[in-house]
Ligand binder design. Structure first.
Ligand SMILES: *[C@@H]1O[C@H](CO)[C@@H](O)[C@H](O)[C@H]1NC(C)=O
Ligand SMILES: *[C@@H]1O[C@H](CO)[C@@H](O)[C@H](O)[C@H]1NC(C)=O
Ligand SMILES: *[C@@H]1O[C@H](CO)[C@@H](O)[C@H](O)[C@H]1NC(C)=O
Length: 490
């Protein structure tokens, strides 16, 4: 049902994209006329997050540079917004400006490409305009280079949605001798760009370094708001990229109840705009940077198989990314929280069971992780029955930093299938004897921490009784295990 409603909302969104938009705010006729008159791109320089007007830079007018306080010895970060359904600049822009300006240790010029009058159109028209706006941005940057020797390599374009492709067109209009330093695409728009040739969208050729954050690639009726394909040197797919935690229907419903129907566009945008908030978060929480790990798909990532940082296989999400690349594209995955600070701690757990009875066991376990800073409890259910001697690998994420892991307490919760096993046990053990034999042994728990890249092995604290028993807690402590075993694949 939730899915149905979501599709319905999405349909509204699509109607907005292609035609009459039921959510368009009706501006006065005078306002509309004015907007049409200055249907153009405005390149603004902003002092801080409260500077809503900005100071307009004008081509071939060096005096405007001075007037606007452009400092040529600092880099230039230019924010480029996306398609507009209501003709107004979105609030995240000011949040991002404030976050960029708050970094006093690394001061930057912050610019805004205001192309709202060209973006406030039917989607297809706005798409056509991205190329024009990109060329205008390139013209400005080339002029800055020519008149002030301000190298384009000191420029970082941050484009959201359609703005990501505007950045791409800006980059490709510069010419190969004047490459822009960096382009960040925040959930680059998908419709009319997915599957097109690199010259018709943002691509790794458009800047010296290109990164992208994909947050809303879930497909509805053959369309996804954010582009699915990798289009950068580093493409991050937080939570798999298709949808984001905290944007689910129930939460959306609450949002609509609180904010009325206008909240619909906001709620549809939730996952799309998450890319922006992840980027802002990376500016605001310097000590809580999120790491993404290279992986072929989310399935493998969920098994915890991709937490390696060897050979550039991981990188930092957002502003502070390591700007190095081998030329080839990397797809990076990570889990995030539903709100800022978004960072979580990733662990791979490998649990090796020995099942000495023939019947499959489907137990539910609880693990308590005791770290140097904190203890946390996590329930785990193994999707399939434990039939024979098998090692299970899975990803566990923690919201909090527990410090270095020291002890794992492993508890077999009572489960519905237990009576079956009980029968088996009773046939094995003579009646009346306290059953010490459950047939299930946990030999070792191997842990790899993504954030610290530390590998650890845990063994049972007591070797008296290695059998796992329902409702009983077994304590595992750090132990040494032969290297050859530890380095078994993944
Ligand atoms: C320009 O930026 C540099 C480097 O951040 C700084 O040292 C200098 O004071 C700035 N100049 C002005 C006029 O603010
Ligand atoms: C599992 O391992 C145990 C001990 O190493 C062995 O006795 C048992 O036969 C194995 N079971 C299977 C199905 O391989
Ligand atoms: C490690 O290997 C050595 C020799 O192969 C063996 O004697 C020792 O018991 C092994 N240790 C563990 C914990 O398996």
């Amino acid at each position: 049902y939730a899915h149905f409603l979501f599709s319905f909302l999405f349909l509204f969104f699509c109607i907005c994209m292609w035609g009459v938009c039921p959510f368009r705010r009706r501006g006065g006729a005078a306002e509309t006329r004015k907007r049409l008159q200055d249907a153009q791109t405005r390149l603004l320089l902003l002092k801080d997050g409260s500077d809503r007007l900005g100071c307009q830079l004008r081509l071939h007018r060096p005096d405007t540079l001075q007037e606007c306080g452009f400092n040529a010895s600092q880099p230039l970060v230019m924010i480029i917004h996306g398609w507009s359904v209501d003709g107004f600049l979105e609030n995240w822009i000011w949040k991002m400006v404030a976050a960029l300006k708050s970094r006093q240790a690394q001061p930057v010029n912050v610019g805004l490409v205001d192309w709202i009058s060209l973006a406030y159109h039917h989607y297809a028209v706005a798409v056509r305009n991205t190329r024009i706006v990109g060329q205008e941005v390139a013209t400005l940057l080339l002029w800055l280079e020519e008149s002030m020797q301000f190298s384009p390599s000191k420029v970082h374009l941050v484009g959201y949605s359609l703005g990501a492709h505007v950045s791409g067109f800006a980059g490709s209009s510069m010419g190969s001798k004047h490459k822009i330093g960096r382009i960040t695409g925040l959930d680059p728009a998908g419709p009319m760009f997915e599957g097109t040739s690199p010259s018709d969208r943002l691509s790794p050729d458009d800047a010296i370094f290109v990164d992208a954050i994909h947050t809303f690639t879930r497909e509805h009726m053959g369309l996804s708001v954010g582009i699915k394909q990798p289009i950068a040197h580093y493409d991050f797919y937080p939570n798999g990229g298709s949808f984001q935690p905290g944007c689910h229907f129930l939460e959306l419903y609450k949002h609509i109840a609180e904010h009325g129907l206008n909240a619909i566009t906001q709620t549809i945008k939730c996952a799309h705009e998450r890319s922006v908030h992840l980027f802002i978060d990376s500016l605001q929480h310097k000590d809580l940077q999120s790491t993404g790990y290279q992986c072929s798909d989310m399935d493998r990532f969920s098994q915890g198989l991709c937490l390696s940082c060897k050979k550039g296989h991981c990188n930092t999400l957002g502003y502070n990314i390591r700007r190095e690349h081998s030329g080839k594209n990397r797809r990076l995955f990570l889990i995030t929280r539903a709100q800022a600070p978004f960072r979580v701690y990733h662990y791979q757990f490998k649990i090796q069971f020995i099942n000495q009875i023939e019947k499959p066991v489907e137990p539910t376990f609880t693990m308590s992780l005791l770290g140097t800073k904190e203890e946390m409890k996590i329930p785990i259910t193994l999707g399939e029955g434990i039939t024979s001697n098998k090692t299970y690998s899975f990803l566990i994420t923690l919201d909090k930093d527990i410090g270095e892991l020291i002890v794992i307490k492993f508890k077999w919760e009572k489960s519905a299938v237990w009576p079956n096993i009980w029968n088996t046990v009773q046939t094995i053990i003579p009646w009346g004897v306290v059953p010490h034999y459950s047939g299930l042994v946990l030999k070792t728990i191997r842990v790899k921490a993504g954030e610290t890249q530390q590998r650890m092995t845990f063994c049972p604290e007591s070797t008296d009784d290695l059998q796992l028993h329902p409702t009983q807690e077994k304590v595992f402590v750090k132990c040494e295990v032969n290297e050859s075993e530890t380095h078994a694949k993944n």
